[in-house]
Structure formats: structure tokens, C-alpha cells
Ligand binder design. Sequence first.
Ligand code: NAP
Length: 389
Amino acid sequence: MSARLEVTERIEADRRQDLPELRTTGAPRPAVPGEPIRVAIVGATGYVGAELIRLLARHPRVEIVGLVGRDRKDEPIGRIHGHLTTTGLRIDEELPEADAVFLALPHGVAADFVPEVLARGATVIDLGPDFRLRDPADYPRWYGFEHPRPDLLAAAVYGLPELHRPELVALGSAGPGNPAIVASPGCYPTATLLALAPLARAGLIGDLVVDAKSGVSGAGRSLKAELLFGEVNESVRAYGIGGHRHVAEIEQELARLEAPSGDAKPGREPRQPVDFLPHIVPMTRGILAACHVRPTRPVEQAELDALYAAAYADEPFVAVADAPPATKQVLGSNQARVFAHADPRTGRILAIGVVDNLVKGAAGQAIQAFNLVHGLPETTGLEQLPLAP
Ligand SMILES: NC(=O)c1ccc[n+]([C@@H]2O[C@H](COP(=O)([O-])OP(=O)(O)OC[C@H]3O[C@@H](n4cnc5c(N)ncnc54)[C@H](OP(=O)(O)O)[C@@H]3O)[C@@H](O)[C@H]2O)c1
């Protein structure tokens, strides 16, 4: 090992042992009738940032008090996102005083920024992966960085309301001094976990292959040669061979659903690895996750129908479809559609989930979790129907 590497590792180890105690000055502010909740959006120049602005600008209980972008000074948002011109909002470098801060930043950037936001007493809703994984060792493994605040991972709640609603509500009443961090799920995991949750809870998932497709907005707005129109149009391409990063949270959450106690602690026996193969397809928005399950015992369609109906009958945003769903059926909305089919010939179960990656797969879901944490009806600001054709 080189001397330089050794020093770096020692500094990292010292830093981990010597983390400053986090002092938060407040607790998530419950909604008070007539008083808007002040929200800020960091990373407002990106795709997820834009979608947060589009939705929060029409949220009846929220006031957007600031949009933050790096190296931006009092710039009209319409100059960056033309479709948001009429909001009249401007983007700046400074984070204003806010009750909740949405972070739409690349992995590794939010982790450094969050302690400052928490210290101001604001709720953090992070749309990146920096707080989704419980085990600090997963960050170097899947994301290539040592987590700067591993002590905060246990406090964060994985923000998939259909799986973690009680914890999100509890986050809102945890009281001053308790960091309120929502780790909003990835887009592929949202479609995959909603499709598989009823099977996982019933202990029915044996071997699992997830074959997923995403539109190009899933990769963000920064320029990448492989996302040029000429490369993507009229073509389908697999990527992430050998372990896309989203596998980590899919396996983490499936293990939690499968554990009899619902226990999400690291160190438990790992579940059987998930084969996950994503593809990029020539469309702007949408994720479809087709999950091929070899069940742990024979399963008939009637049992599947009952499991899915019980899981989702009361969910405002998840519909169980009786035919394979299409991404177009959820476009622009916070809705998810799931479908489950028992194949008597092969003995397999096919479970499909579709979401709009930027709404239920990102901004809409983050607002759904924010509503729960701040004591608002979960559907507030999210009831728009999908856009078609
Ligand atoms: N796209 C999706 O469908 C989706 C779904 C779920 C979750 N997510 C997650 O949401 C986050 C944002 O994704 P996105 O698709 O919106 O990406 P994006 O379009 O590339 O936007 C990234 C944003 O982060 C800013 N940024 C980049 N590097 C930064 C740095 N070092 N310091 C400060 N700001 C920086 C960018 O600012 P500049 O404009 O100055 O570059 C931009 O505002 C990512 O963590 C992503 O994994 C995305």
C-alpha cells in the first residue's frame, strides 16, 4: 500500500471515529392551516429539480422559498427550464431559511451537505442514494465513496410510503434533536419493489430476475454521448451488467420485507442475490420493471390476485392492473401500476411494475413522503391524472 493511500485511510478512519455530534435545532414543522410550509430545492437545474418545481409550485400547502443551483446568481428559472417560466421563480446560490429542503444532487454530493441542512432544523428529503442504504459498507462497494456521516444512516427512513408509511409519519413527530431524513428511493427500485412487495411479504420469491427498461430522462440532464438522439433513437441497449447500483437498495428492501420481524438491520443473512438488467429505450420518461420469479412453492393465479388486492386496495397511488401495464398509462402522474401473472406452464410468476421515473420514481414520491412527515394528507398536490396520448 502506498504511503499516500495509508495516510488517506488513516484520516478517513479518524474522521469516522471523531464525527461531531449533530445538533438539530428543530423538528419537522407540522402543517398549520393557513400557514404554508416553506420548502427549498437544491439541484434545481436538473431534471428531478425541475419536476419538483413543477409539482411543488401547484402544491396548495407549500411555499417555494428558494431554488439553489451551483454557480447561479438570481437567474430566472425559465432560462434553464423553459417550461417553468411562468412560475416567476429565480435560482440562486444561497440556501434560504426553510422548513424542508429537497436535494436533487448526484450521489456523494448530498451526504456532505445534509448535516448543515439538519443543523438548521429543516427536514431533508434526499432524492439521491446517499441515505438509502443502511450498511455504511455498501457505499464504497456500490457507489465508490466512504460515507462521510455513517452515523446518520440509521436515522434515515427509506421513503417508499407504501412500504414505510408508519416510519415516515413517526419521523414527523420525533421531536427536536432528531434528524429528519427521508431517503427517497431510486426509480428502478420503486417500480421493482412495488411489483414484488406482496410476493416478498408472503415469502414467495425464490430465484429472481428483473428485466427493466428506462426512458432517457432516468440518466439526468448532463451531457452524455450515449444519450444523444442519434444513439438512443430506434435502439434498445442493456447496461449496468454485473451489478447496477440500484441492486443494493432492491436487495436491502426485499430482505426487510422477507424478514419475519420486518427487521432492516445490516448484518443479517444476505438474501439470494437479485439478477437485475436495466435497458435504455428511446422514450423520454417511464420505467417498466418485469420481474421473473421462480416461487418458493407452487402458486396459483387466485392466490396472487388475493395477495395483490390485499396489499394495494387502500393505496392511493398503486393500481393493480388486470393486463400488462404500459408506461404511458402513468405518464406525468404519481401513479404506479402493477400486474402479477402465475404461469401454469413454466411455474414462474411474472410481476410487472410501471412508473413515471420523474414523478412516482422521484419528485412525486418525495412529495408524498414529505406530506406524511409534515402531517398533510398524503395525496396533497399529487392528484393529477396521467397525460396521454
Ligand atoms: N432522473 C431520474 O429519473 C431520477 C429518479 C430518481 C432519483 N434520481 C436521483 O436524483 C438525483 C438528481 O438526478 P437528476 O436526474 O435530476 O440529475 P441531473 O439532471 O444531472 O441534475 C443534477 C443536479 O445536481 C447539480 N450538481 C451536479 N454536480 C454537483 C455538485 N458537485 N455540486 C452541486 N450541485 C451539483 C446539477 O447542477 P448543474 O446544472 O450545475 O450541473 C443539477 O442541478 C440523482 O441522485 C439521481 O440519481 C433521478
